[in-house]
Design a protein around this ligand. Structure first.
Ligand code: ZN
Length: 449
């Protein structure tokens, strides 16, 4: 296999694309024939937003990086994962907005960051009495969720939320993670620490059920993929964790006033994908309580900054005559058939993303003209479908679009200010304290709502 970037040294990429072998492969592959397209995006005006928009936005965003370390073993690496949450006070942003230009220091005061970080063993980093980097990594993932206490005043561990979701996991076994010691058993992972029954009596962690270690390379190269899964699971667990903390503190009736923004799609990919269905069940349970208390759904939005849907939205908005398909303040919510014909080719009768998504995507062009690919969760069994593009199924849809109009930042055209801000905090390797619930409590008190 060539090294990354190697091709560029000896022949331009253009010549590779033009080469006979590449052209032969292309001739054998499917091309989207524009004359056969039956699925068209039809931009619509979103429904009217709720009379009062949430005044607080809580954004969750993580980052991960891998660094080389020196421990005497070649190629040793450590992964650094962090997840930040930012509470943004929209009322305050608007007050400052009305007195443009906004002083950046004042704008900073409308955000309250809180972030948490963890270092994970990578290739050739073996901790304690472990016999492999993979085992060290497995233990570190367990410790991350075990040790992560989201709030100084609330001792509930992130692990407790993981265990609550674990209860929804379908029964099943995994290959024992100690195959490298000669164990060939299929083992059942439980919600608590257990031990493999083979003669080694090695520990099995509840987080082994995420099976992220199956994508971990012990002896060579990067573990960016595994660290990416850890970060994505951590971000989504934190969302559920915060909602459960709200429930425990009897704050669910305040949710009319808070919108949650998550970086990336409302989905969990790869080996831990079973968590997606568990998260969906827990969201539906919580939303039933919220509906009883407030008469409305929770406001939760995932924002995608890259990928096929982002590229597709950019492409369909350019018309041949130089015009644009989407007017400002219009949306399109792709159905299953649209996605399979236009975005991710599939002939399958299985719904797009059935095993991975707990929400559905839509394209929205904001008032300022920015393209946003967002998703909203399936909060009721009726919402859990891609057949219909009727927004009235989602009572918060108009509100979400109105929030997107307000949050699009002028600094980063197609990104949202709280997400950009949470990302900036997650990228700073500083321990800023774990106090997001405390910040929310203070903000809710200030709002009095
Ligand atoms: Zn075993």
């Amino acid at each position: 296999m060539p090294y990354e970037g190697e091709y560029s040294h000896y022949q331009p990429l253009k010549r590779i694309v033009e080469s006979e072998r590449v052209q032969q492969l292309l001739r054998r592959s499917r091309v989207l024939d524009s004359s056969t397209i039956t699925q068209q995006a039809t931009p619509q005006t979103p429904p009217i937003a709720d009379s009062t928009l949430p005044s607080l936005v809580l954004a969750i965003d993580g980052s991960h990086a891998e660094v080389d370390v020196r421990n005497g073993y070649p190629g040793a690496k450590i992964g650094y994962c962090s997840v930040a949450s930012v509470v943004l006070n929209l009322t305050e942003v608007e007050r400052l907005d009305s007195k443009r230009p906004v002083n950046p220091i004042n704008f900073r005061q409308t955000e309250d960051p809180s972030s948490d970080a963890s270092a994970l063993p990578g290739c050739n980093v073996i901790t304690r009495d472990h016999l492999s980097a993979k085992d060290s990594f497995r233990e570190a993932v367990f410790e991350l969720f075990h040790d992560a206490i989201v709030d100084e005043e609330d001792n509930t561990r992130l692990l407790a939320t993981y265990q609550a979701l674990f209860a929804f996991k379908p029964a099943g076994t995994i290959s024992c993670p100690y195959a490298h010691l000669g164990c060939d058993r299929q083992v059942t992972i439980t919600a608590n620490l257990s031990t493999c029954s083979c003669e080694h009596r090695k520990p099995l962690f509840p987080t082994d059920a995420l099976r992220i270690h199956e994508r971990f390379n012990d002896d060579s190269g990067s573990n960016g993929e595994a660290f990416g899964y850890v970060m994505s699971v951590w971000e989504r667990l934190l969302l559920i964790h915060l909602l459960r903390c709200f429930e425990q503190r009897n704050w669910l009736d305040r949710l009319n006033n808070i919108a949650f923004f998550l970086d990336g799609p409302l989905a969990i990919f790869g080996p831990p994908a079973w968590l997606s269905a568990a998260i969906s069940r827990e969201l539906q349970r919580l939303n039933m309580v919220v509906r009883e208390k407030t008469g409305n759904d929770m406001t939760i939005v995932g924002i995608e900054k890259s990928g096929n849907f982002v590229a597709h939205f950019d492409e369909i908005d350019k018309l041949e005559d130089g015009g644009q398909l989407f007017q400002p303040r219009t949306y399109y919510m792709p159905t299953d058939s649209y996605i399979k014909q236009r975005v991710i080719f599939s002939d399958s009768i299985k719904r797009y993303g059935a095993d991975t998504y707990f929400g559905r995507k839509f394209f929205y062009k904001t008032k300022s003209g920015a393209h946003i690919v967002a998703s909203i969760p399936f909060l009721t069994p009726e919402q859990d479908s891609l057949l219909n593009d009727d927004p009235s199924l989602y009572p918060r849809f108009g509100t979400v679009c109105a929030l997107l109009d307000k949050l699009v930042t002028s600094r980063f055209p197609n990104a949202l200010s709280p997400i950009v801000s949470a990302h900036a905090h997650a990228s700073i390797p500083l321990h800023l304290g774990q106090k997001v619930l405390k910040q929310l409590a203070q903000a809710l008190m200030r709002e009095g709502g």
